[in-house]
Design a binder for this molecule. Sequence first.
Ligand SMILES: C[S@@+](CC[C@H](N)C(=O)[O-])C[C@H]1O[C@@H](n2cnc3c(N)ncnc32)[C@H](O)[C@@H]1O
Length: 325
Amino acid sequence: MGYNEAFREIVLNPLRDNEAVNRKVREYLVQWQEFRSQQPVEEQKFWSFDYYIRDQILQRAQTSCTTKTLSLLYSYAYMPCHVDGNKAVIKRERDTFFEPFIYRKPTNVLIIDVGCGPMTACLALADDQQDRNADTRLNLDYVGFDIQPRMTDIALEFGRRKNQNDLFGENFRWCYPDGKNTLWIEQVRNSVKQNGTLVFYFSYFWGQEGVENDIAIWVDRVKRIALQTKAHDTFIAYLNKDMNGYNNAYVEFKQGLSVRPDTLQVITSQKCVYPYQSWSGMERWLAEGVAPASWAKDSEHLHYEILRVDWRHYENTGTDGNISV
Ligand SMILES: C[S@@+](CC[C@H](N)C(=O)[O-])C[C@H]1O[C@@H](n2cnc3c(N)ncnc32)[C@H](O)[C@@H]1O
């Protein structure tokens, strides 16, 4: 049982079966019909409900998903593309990074998934391992963090579902820090064993509107957690839709971490295009109960980097002392 089945159960079904969610989606459906009727006739055929969800409701993944309905729509419209983006990185960097530092690590790995959304990056790691037995899959401690509790509600469902061992394996431990719990960093410290790996994972996070306001906070947190953890290997994994190779918030974040020229060692920095699955047919799902179909799309442009962090450079440099969330 892989991620596709969990996706149907956790994301698709509630959009139709959960009364409150369904009511809200139907309101969006009416808004779409009005919107489409106002478009020039020759353009109306491009405005499917699926496209309207992506472009107008989710504003190309920029909308803050403050409600359960918006979080489910994000999971429907964007998570599959982002899961495939993560899987493309795993595939391309299997020998350089994922096998030696994540999959074949003799002790544990802690991934801190910043702006985790519905658990996208972790689902990609899990899906990549489906052909291995549950007991030989990744030995992973996973901390997902997202400013929107409705997003982590969905992530929690992926983590809690009855058959989660089938999806993640038997050595998977996860936690979602309460955004108001300023002690969560203390809890993180104990999660990396000797010779373990610590990864700060930023999947489609640094392109999000508003994150530029939190750069200093994340610089401080990364320094602080890396310093406290003293992991054998500490990494930053970044991926995002390619913004012409330039992402101001991410660049500034890296500058903040580079206390010396060699604090961040580039393991890989690549641009690529990758094929991805996209779901369509939300209108028929709501009206007729015909499940959306998954389509193979051509390509999406991706920029990704994996950086090794020398946390020893942060000793005696001080952090700003403010870790409140
Ligand atoms: C584009 S989504 C990416 C979600 C997921 N990582 C993925 O790859 O699909 C960006 C996520 O970052 C979260 N976010 C935005 N600002 C944040 C912040 N300051 N701290 C934590 N999460 C934040 C949003 O709620 C959203 O879930």
